[in-house]
Design a protein around this ligand. Sequence first.
Ligand SMILES: [Cu+2]
Length: 450
Amino acid sequence: MTLTRRQWLKGAGTLTAASMLPWPLRASQSELPLIHLQARESTAAWLDTPTPVWSYAQPTLRLRQGVAQRIRVTNHLPEPTTVHWHGLRVANAMDGVSGLTQAPIEPGESFDYEVMSPDAGTFWFHSHHNTIEQLARGLYGALIVSGDNEPDFEQDWPLLIDDWRLTKNGRIDPAFASLHTQAHGGRMGNVLTINHRLGPWQGRARSGDRVRLRLVNSATNRILQLRAEFPSALVLAKDGQPLTSPEPLPDVFILGPGERLDLGWLANETGQLMEVSGRKPLVVARVEVEPGGEAGIPRYPGVMALPVNPMPEVSADVTQTVPLKMEGGAMGRLESARYEGETMAFRELVDQGQVWALSGQVGLPEEPLFRARQGETVALQLDNRTSFPHTLHWHGHHVWADDRWQDSLTVTRGQTKTVRMVAGGPGKWLIHCHMIDHQATGMMTWFEVV
Ligand SMILES: [Cu+2]
């Protein structure tokens, strides 16, 4: 593959004529402000030849904390789709899970989502229908929710980090599902992008600027291993939720698919972020620092600490303890599990294209993993009995794990950990591995809040 010199994605593709037509007013049109979000085919100029991708015409959405917003998603794709607002505590009917919370949006149709985020922070949105293909084709974007009392940052940048699997002729590899790959770590890409553009991403700051870097792992399967060369940078938030107090950023850290980390950095000297999970370290982002900013801003955490969000109180009074056992995969010694109402031996599951189980169930079971009343504190005993790490994602909820709120949590192989969550809005909520290859081959379940 010939990579040209660093190239930016030229334009955002072309809007189809239909997408530019104004929508007819409806008599019952809601008073909520409206954002149009168009899912469509476009191209990316990464290599010598354009790469056909699927993307949203609006790659970044900005919401205000506590303000309801209507988002009209119009599907210009050749197949049905939905949009999931990853990490947002929305009403269940707006969660965007096809087959669980809504019917998919057919080609040419649109669907109005009404979302209100009680939390300010870094989120993202992505397809939740045929995700294995639609996410790998590029259907995701940044979702920034701003709050009134957030500190000022002179620079504030979302960085959605992704790896794409391209063939020699610069096309997205059409082999989205290979059971062998899915039984291991999943399909890995060979081209690194940041915000849908070929890396490295470049920013500029002045010395003394407060810089907020909103890192999002938008890859389908790759756990990013990041090495940060930002002297004295702090971790401000995980998965959109501020830490109790900012912590020093480790030199090397991992970020599983769907996980986010907000970094705060007082720009002093040129900094960069490397991705080191591959054979060769790659530069993800580089921030050039020029002299001449507001010098002398005191360097203590309070300058950048984010105000807490209105998260529920985790009670010591746990009403139920639920095992969440990860099983299966290659070298996983899974003997049997339930799939579509039947107990199947591992061999039979493989014949069905399924290899992963959560608490003895493969794919979405008929009955939820547990039911809880709104406000109840539930303990989940995570137990990774597989030979691979998994990044679990809770829909509509964050779990309290490692002294912070997280909606996506990487559990290494063999690891056990008890996390707690408070049942939120009523409805059916998904729990799944955000390595989409694992999700697509069984590692998903759901719980119900009543
Ligand atoms: Cu997994």
